[in-house]
Design a protein around this ligand. Structure first.
Ligand SMILES: NC(=O)c1ccc[n+]([C@@H]2O[C@H](COP(=O)([O-])OP(=O)(O)OC[C@H]3O[C@@H](n4cnc5c(N)ncnc54)[C@H](O)[C@@H]3O)[C@@H](O)[C@H]2O)c1
Length: 291
């Protein structure tokens, strides 16, 4: 089955990137947000990314305009009815995702494939609230989506070969490399990455070193392109807390338990780069350690 129309639900950090690469790959792409303000913000994020690509000579003005021309923005869930593939990238909350998929199940055609970009929730639990569990996969992109080359395609015990192939073809057409993972919390990458990120917060809490020195240590000592605390700011501390809580609940393993500092920072609205403040302060021209 050739996919022609792709729906992207949620146009935040991840959804904006997924919508952009879907449109760049030639798909008619319908983007749905919960309200007008986040929709405008998501659209501006895509426009900003494309104009930077034009400035850097990676895309032409015409290609960027053609990409924008393939995107349609809406707040109405009913507008997703014609989609052949839906990629969900809303908040990391099972009740919110299930409510959305229940609505989509009644709207989209019987052959439409549903996918979630969740980092840690069970794809099987989302699939189970629809009448199409065989047409359900995980499509786990990485941030920033237009730049990062990996996609984890997640198969549940019910995923059909057809749905899996649709997901792989979509990911490959957007230029990504696919790894296939089982429907287990964190899949491959976050299973290994999340305990490391939480340990970096624990090191900061214990006063082992400053945020800057923890990051510099891992960059220069291990050759990582970014230190763990800068990476946490980039991913979003709120999103990381959701993921840690889900993985901790699932595995009952202290390695996944959110450190108190993470919880305090999220409660205080320090969600990282997107809120202007996390482990670093982004209100200043050059990000400085926030503590
Ligand atoms: N941030 C990352 O690095 C990263 C990486 C991979 C996967 N993910 C996953 O991607 C998903 C989105 O994460 P994010 O970082 O983009 O979050 P985000 O907070 O930046 O964006 C979520 C967006 O979804 C919108 N939204 C909420 N409910 C909605 C609904 N019912 N319909 C339409 N829009 C709705 C919100 O308004 C918001 O703009 C999560 O499941 C997260 O775990 C995040």
């Amino acid at each position: 089955m050739a996919i022609q129309t792709v729906g992207v639900v949620g146009c935040g950090l991840m959804g904006a990137g997924i919508a952009q690469i879907a449109a760049e790959a030639g798909y008619a792409t319908i983007v749905r947000e919960a309200g007008e303000a986040p929709l405008a913000k998501g659209r501006a994020r895509i426009e900003g990314f494309l104009s930077k690509s034009v400035e850097k000579g990676k895309t032409t003005k015409e290609q960027a305009a053609a990409t924008m021309g393939r995107l349609r923005f809406t707040t109405k869930v009913e507008d997703l009815a014609p989609c052949d593939l839906v990629v969900e990238a809303i908040v990391e909350s099972m009740p919110a995702k299930q409510e959305l998929f229940r609505a989509l199940d009644g709207l989209c055609g019987p052959d439409a494939v549903f996918s979630s970009n969740t980092s840690s929730l069970s794809i099987g639990d989302m699939a189970a609230c629809t009448k199409r569990p065989a047409s359900f996969v995980g499509l786990h992109f990485f941030n920033p989506v237009p730049v990062m080359r990996l996609v984890e395609v997640v198969r549940t015990i019910s995923t059909s070969d057809r749905a899996y192939q649709v997901a792989v073809e979509f990911a490959q057409k957007t230029g990504k490399t696919v790894v296939t993972a089982k429907d287990t919390p964190g899949f491959v990458v976050n299973l290994l990455l999340v305990p490391y990120l939480l340990d970096a917060i624990r090191a900061l809490e214990k006063g082992v070193a400053s945020a800057k020195d923890i990051d510099t240590g891992m960059q220069l000592g291990c050759g990582h392109p970014m230190g763990p605390l800068a990476l946490l700011d980039f991913v979003g501390l709120d999103t990381t807390l959701y993921i840690a809580d889900i993985m901790s609940h699932e595995f009952k393993d202290v390695r996944y338990a959110a450190p108190p500092l993470l919880r305090r920072m999220v409660a205080a609205g320090m969600h990282g780069k997107k809120s202007g403040r996390g482990f670093y302060d982004y209100s200043a021209p050059a990000a400085a350690p926030a503590k």
